[in-house]
Design a protein around this ligand. Structure first.
Ligand code: ADP
Ligand code: MG
Length: 723
């Protein structure tokens, strides 16, 4: 084998970190939330009245009362310093989808040449990072480079441990000086309130007395790959773009399912244990872990939480995984399609709505009253998906997720909704039954009849559906593994606000005009099914028939990010988001701009990598091989032996193809500057990406003929199977 690759393989034994052992804190469960300034820590450390005020603020999701902020900050600082913290950071979630933080020391000079450790209420509540290096899509006027961050009290402060110094982290919103959202958290909080307000109207109609805020919950399932870092360090594509831009198919892929059903490899188990320990300390309820379909692919699913907290935790989980993987000699890949030809990675977004008083509103319940309420919430989701499938598609659009969606492993880009056989049948009966709840024979009477046990149905799921009911929650399966769950949750909350607003308005009017409430519900459900039932699809989402059928039903098929991005600024989107005060027109425009910019930059980086690797690594290897073959032919001919030129001619042809493809890619890149805005994005999709594919095709073919000792890029076989 090639000496460089051999070196990498030899290193692997050294990369194995000892499996961490189970320590005392883990045994007692005390490890959970050990590094979190949680409600229980606050209860112990704050005066009673202050604690009560903070707890109420958290429940309502409001900003911290300035009168108590100093006391909270001081207690937080003392707690943190006891745990070896010297600095604090406001953590925020800019539109790059990554996590950003700005660190400051607790140390304050006091002016007489000395300094004290201090953390004031105002620095807890608000920070002022320089916003100029974060994408803002034209929102930030150049003269006002600052933005500000503000603590989301529902997401507790926590300590990030590091052998070189611990940091107190405060999860925050990130807005411009004029108040526009520059992040994912701000609209998420706004959308939660909007959804809550409308959900409460519906609950009031169902006769509930004490109705608290309705919360959206989210449980993300995170898929990822682990690849040995010795290999990744030799792959500029994986290092810089997160995916392989070259690599011939290995002799064996995932066809035996042996990885999926096999035991978790020992070394990976050590990594998992280490990450889970870190997550538990941070109060992230890591619970489920298993192998995934592709070799080298795994999954972790923490228990669901309030969506804004789940979203922060999800970001923290990804950075924790990245860091701990390095300790174990792995690179953790969250890219949606790191390897061609094997499964990509998604992030299923499980969600529901509810609160402590009314429980999970997507739980079908076991009596006619609860069933009726469930059906209204469920029908609202059907309406939301039907009216705003394009927005859902948009919320998970990225250059990298485009490689996965619709590729017969992930849901198609057409957003339909799967309810399961029984629930579909219930809605069919309601739709056919028509106007009244009690008169129709054979039809289901809402508020009178009890629903069948729908959870039984949930086991038999339609894996091809992007949006599926799974017994007491929905699962949005199109989200990509590298994406924030905040983006889809913003859309889900907002379109639910609209649908619940509609439902409440219809029901209120019917009741006001004297209609029996159960009849009103029955009519509403029938009407929603009549108008929006087209979004329900229980068949095979991969089939070509579905693509045709979906078009007939008028469902959008936004195949790529470039097709989806204009949804940000459509008239319907603007009307929806401004009506519920989730994003202003300027904020929508800015998200569109940032989306375009991120898309173009992502492909541009890949194009640079493709050109560079092809020119400086792959072509030279091919030329050396060609020269060797030519030397062989020349030597044999000189010696008077018949020389077989087949291999030489074959490699010469491929070298020609590779050179031509590199030239083509260069030309494509050069002309990219002639385009702007959406045309530039479309150009990258239609011209640059195919030019890259051509380079790859020639390079991958060469991998199959060039002498192994000349090929220095780690192969698919090595990256996927050696660990
Ligand atoms: P599966 O692989 O069968 O889809 P997992 O156990 O891997 O299920 O993940 C299911 C996810 O759904 C977990 O994060 C779980 O906490 C979450 N979940 C369960 N119930 C709810 C609910 N009511 N609301 C939101 N998420 C939920
Ligand atoms: Mg799962």
């Amino acid at each position: 084998a090639n000496a460089v690759r051999l070196g990498a393989i030899r290193e692997i034994g050294c990369n194995v970190a000892p499996t961490p052992f189970f320590d005392a804190a883990e045994e007692t469960g005390a490890i959970f939330g050990e590094n979190v300034f949680s409600l229980s820590v606050m209860q112990r450390r704050l005066p009673k009245s202050v604690y009560r005020s903070v707890a109420a603020t958290i429940e309502r999701g409001e900003r911290l009362d300035p009168n108590v902020a100093d006391i909270v900050a001081s207690a937080m600082k003392d707690w943190a310093m006891e745990k070896g913290v010297t600095h604090y950071a406001h953590v925020f979630y800019p539109l790059t989808g990554l996590t950003a933080e700005k660190h400051d020391s607790f140390l304050e000079p006091v002016g007489d040449g000395t300094a004290i450790w201090e953390f004031q209420g105002k620095t807890l509540v608000q920070g002022e990072p320089d916003a100029s290096s974060f994408p803002n899509g034209g929102i930030r006027a150049t003269f006002e480079a600052r933005g500000y961050t503000g603590w989301d009290v529902q997401s507790p402060a926590y300590i990030l441990e590091n052998p070189n110094g611990n940091t107190l982290c405060i999860p925050t919103i990130f807005v411009s000086m004029t108040g526009e959202a520059l992040d994912h958290k701000t609209p998420l909080l706004r959308s939660q309130s909007a959804m809550s307000e409308q959900a409460r109207r519906v609950l009031a109609l169902f006769g509930h007395r004490q109705i608290d805020n309705v919360v959206s919950y989210c449980g993300p399932e995170q898929e990822y790959f682990l690849v040995d870092s010795s290999f990744v360090n030799l792959r500029p594509d994986v290092l810089n773009a997160g995916r392989t831009l070259f690599g011939a198919r290995p002799p064996k892929g995932q066809e035996f399912d042996d990885h999926y059903f096999g035991a978790i490899p020992e070394r990976v188990l050590g990594f998992m244990h280490d990450t889970e320990r870190a997550l538990l300390k941070l109060g992230i309820p890591a619970k489920t872990r298993h192998n995934e379909v592709a070799p080298g692919q795994f999954e972790i699913a923490p228990v669901f939480e309030r969506a804004n907290l789940a979203s922060d935790h999800q970001q923290l989980l990804m950075s924790t995984f990245k860091a701990i993987a390095k300790k174990h000699g792995f690179e953790c890949l969250f890219h949606e399609k790191p390897f061609a030809g094997v499964n990509g990675s998604g992030k299923h977004v499980n969600f529901s709505f509810g609160n402590a008083n009314q429980g999970n509103l997507l739980n079908p319940g076991d009596n006619p009253h609860d069933n009726a309420q469930f059906l209204v919430f469920c029908a609202a989701i059907v309406r939301a998906v039907h009216l705003h499938g394009g927005l859902l598609r948009l919320s998970i659009a990225s250059a990298s997720n485009d490689h996965r969606l619709g590729a017969n492993e992930a849901p198609p880009a057409i957003i339909s909704i799967f309810l399961g056989e029984q629930l579909t049948d219930v809605f069919e009966q309601i739709r056919n039954g028509g106007a009244t709840s009690s008169k129709q024979k054979g039809a289901l009477s809402v508020g009178v009849d009890t629903l069948p046990d729908l959870t039984k149905d949930a086991g038999d799921r339609n894996r091809t559906s992007p949006f599926a009911f799974t017994g007491n929650r929905f699962e949005f399966r199109a989200a990509g593994s590298n994406q924030t769950v905040a983006a889809p949750m913003v859309v889900i909350n907002t379109i639910m606000a609209e649908a619940l607003d509609y439902a409440a308005t219809e029901l209120e009017a019917a009741v006001a005009s004297g209609t029996d409430f159960n009849d009103a519900v029955q009519q509403l459900l029938a009407k929603i099914m009549e108008t929006h039932g087209a979004a329900i699809f229980d068949g095979n989402g991969y089939s070509s028939e579905w693509h045709e059928e979906a078009a007939v039903r008028g469902l959008k098929n936004l195949r790529t990010t470039v097709d989806a991005l204009p949804e940000w600024t459509s008239a319907e989107t603007k009307a929806l988001f401004t009506k519920y005060a989730v994003l202003s027109e300027a904020e929508l425009e800015s998200r569109y701009e940032v989306g375009l910019e991120q898309y173009v930059m992502a492909i541009n980086v890949e194009a640079n990598l493709t050109e560079g690797m092809a020119q400086t690594t792959i072509l030279p290897a091919a030329l050396r091989h060609q020269t060797e073959l030519a030397g062989n032919v020349a030597a044999l001919t000189a010696a008077g032996v018949d020389a077989d030129r087949t291999d030489l001619l074959a490699v010469t042809e491929l070298v020609g193809e590779l050179r031509g493809a590199i030239a083509g890619l260069r030309a494509a890149k050069a002309a990219a500057h002639d385009h702007e805005g959406i045309a530039e994005a479309a150009y990258h999709r239609d011209v640059v990406l195919p030019a890259m594919t051509k380079v790859r095709a020639a390079a991958d073919a060469l991998e199959g003929v060039v002498a192994d000792d000349l090929w220095s890029l780690p192969t698919y076989q090595e990256m996927l199977f050696i660990r």
